[in-house]
Design a protein around this ligand. Sequence first.
Ligand SMILES: C[S@@+](CC[C@H](N)C(=O)[O-])C[C@H]1O[C@@H](n2cnc3c(N)ncnc32)[C@H](O)[C@@H]1O
Length: 255
Amino acid sequence: MRFDVVTLFPDMFSVVRDLGVTGRAHGQGRWNLQAWNPRDYTHDAHRTVDDRPYGGGPGMVMMAAPLAAAVQAAQARRVADAMSPAPVILLSPTGRRFDQARAHAMATSAGAVLICGRYEGIDQRFIDRYVDEELSLGDFVLSGGELAALAIVDATVRLLPGVLNDDESAVQDSFNPALSGLLDSPHYTRPEVYDDVAVPAPLLSGHHANIARWRREQSLRLTAERRPDLIARARERGWLTAEDERFLRTLDKPA
Ligand SMILES: C[S@@+](CC[C@H](N)C(=O)[O-])C[C@H]1O[C@@H](n2cnc3c(N)ncnc32)[C@H](O)[C@@H]1O
């Protein structure tokens, strides 16, 4: 898998390329990240990538031509490296919300060309001509697409086979179908008593079925409290057992 990232701030990507589990996997050649700076595709002394908006208004707009040249260079390199051209994804607050299901889909693909906007945004003619999909990180506005691209790369790469060790496994994570798409249960580690608070007894019992049931009930409780929409989805998909439903009915506000 390869991510080609079009960005004015290539150094920001050392976070996923050099650190943590994604950095380790990058070092092992399990995935690759290549940054493309639109400034390298300008033809003036100032290496200009932005200009004032037509129609007036505050801020600057990223020009189409340097972005287009960077995307073309990225796609040409992919072809030269015997990879198929990848979908071009623009990070944008106006895009579809990125989620775990999208991360799973991305993890089974050959990667993407990610476009990081800056300033007020990007000339629409570039978007219409080159962009296949727009993805948003959420209903808030960042200063640039880099943090959104980093989040998407991180969420995707940790799902690739062999990237996480068994004890870091994504299977137990929130939203995973293996957890019926529910929120994860709370975690505890040593000491057994911290600040006068003991670890919940079932976790110390050594009884695997009781531990699994306790975790399941904590997941159900937390999800019912914070994300009833995920309970409804799990129910709709037939992911809840009769025992789950009995437990949900015991809660103060059954979902
Ligand atoms: C300051 S923002 C521009 C926001 C734009 N004027 C708007 O209101 O939709 C600059 C860049 O940050 C990125 N960005 C900002 N918020 C984002 C979000 N929630 N998800 C993904 N990318 C975002 C986009 O690439 C955007 O072009």
